[in-house]
Design a protein around this ligand. Sequence first.
Ligand code: ADP
Ligand code: MG
Length: 343
Amino acid sequence: MSNERTEIGSLGEFGLIEHLTKNIEIQNASTVLGVGDDAAVIDHFGKQTVISTDLLLEGVHFDLSYTPLKHLGYKSVIVNLSDIYAMNAVPTQITLSLGISNRFSVESLDEFYEGVYAACEKYDVDLIGGDTTSSQKGFIISVTALGEVAPDKFVKRSTAQKGDLLCVSGFLGSAYVGLLFLEREKKIFMESPGVQPDLEGETYVIGKLLKPEARKDVVEFFAKQEITPTAMMDISDGLSSEALHICRQSNLGCVIYEEKLPVADEMKKAAYKFEIDPTACALSGGEDYELLFTIPQSEYDKLVLNEDISVVGYMTEPEAGSHIITKGGSKHALTAQGWNHLK
Ligand code: ADP
Ligand code: MG
């Protein structure tokens, strides 16, 4: 990236949109008309359409002091695609709307869009439109994702069944520990700006926070194995909180086993540096964008074919409540913050 600075004003609104979108090459047959008109046109050829939207605000959802714009662009797309996969659907298009102040140059928006396009390319989705407006202060990002699913194959949160296995993909808690590192270094920097950040060795957890991926592979695995989860959602706010959503919406209880929680060794080591319990991070840390789902016990044999999926517990009758069984064998009620509050 050069050090040039082009003022947004020199391009004007239409010039800017044209600049940011001129290289789009349509990937999906369902994209009939993309950027450049009053609206985009999509045709899902008899499939059902899934739509999800998210608003990200500077200072609330992201901190530009330690988030590179390219990563932010990438993540803004990923968090929306994750919602589409969580419906057991395949994302096909996104729209992206921005509120920008003149603090940004065209070059910095180019960086942001580099991340956006990298995510679009990796996940085969088309950017088909958006809106651009000026913002007095913070950077505002709104992404809407569309996806397709075979009729009635979408998976809700409210349809888990008693006795179903409760499963998660990947590892939990890493992004939260990554955030702790970045927040710590920011604080040190604010107090003594000469000090260089010490993030050595923590690239795993920091990478999980700054550059998450959506679990496309898991949804493809379901299709290949002909598994349809009974309920599913993505984990943006932490396992405990999301498991309680499935319980409440399906009118069930659940049991989770601490020893079954998938935690990466890198996350454990990093958590110990902060003297916090890795289990608490796995239960309550957010932003992992893994999938949480339930499947009938009869599907267990197919499930074990995927090493990246862990069975963490099972669904019970609602009267039993929602609990975690610790490694020591004690039982605690699951709360939205987890059973052991983060220090
Ligand atoms: P309108 O006046 O109808 O809102 P705009 O001038 O805002 O139209 O947008 C023109 C075209 O550019 C539309 O296709 C719109 O979806 C697209 N667009 C606007 N802003 C963005 C953006 N930030 N990223 C991608 N496409 C955009
Ligand atoms: Mg507009």
